[in-house]
Ligand binder design. Sequence first.
Ligand code: NI
Length: 180
Amino acid sequence: MALLPIITAPDPRLKRIAKPVARVDDELRQLMDDMLETMYRAPGIGLAAPQVGVLKRLVVLDLSKEGEDRRPYVLANPELTWVSGEDAAYEEGCLSLPDHYAEVVRPSSIELSYLDRDNERRKLSAEGLLATCIQHELDHLDGVLFVDHISALKRNMILRKLLKAKKSDKVTDADPAHVL
Ligand code: NI
């Protein structure tokens, strides 16, 4: 297993559209494991392949709390098949936008189709934080960040601060203290 460097915004690599995977094979399972290890170490609850520079439609998630058994999800080629008419607002953060948070409104419940670790097509219903987290990660596959859901004023303020942090010697992508 290996830790992968996480790309932080602003970066054009986070704005690209990821390609579907042909099938989930050993190479992809290795990437899933590396992404999970990277996410746990950060620590975070979700990570999408484009955030580690891989333009594949692949997402990992784990909402278990510290001290609980791990409950990882690995989703390849995830597709929303249904979203609720009802919305929910959550304060979102992102490993690619360290130290920044904003309230984002999304459908409160979803249904999803995806390929699992064994290349089997599966369905998943989610609500609450899991529904939010999945939608946040799916956005990454289409080059969308949570700041794209908030006002331009607030988005630009956050991106300006991140750019400034990137240019300063004090903060680098590799410093785990800044990867939330
Ligand atoms: Ni994110």
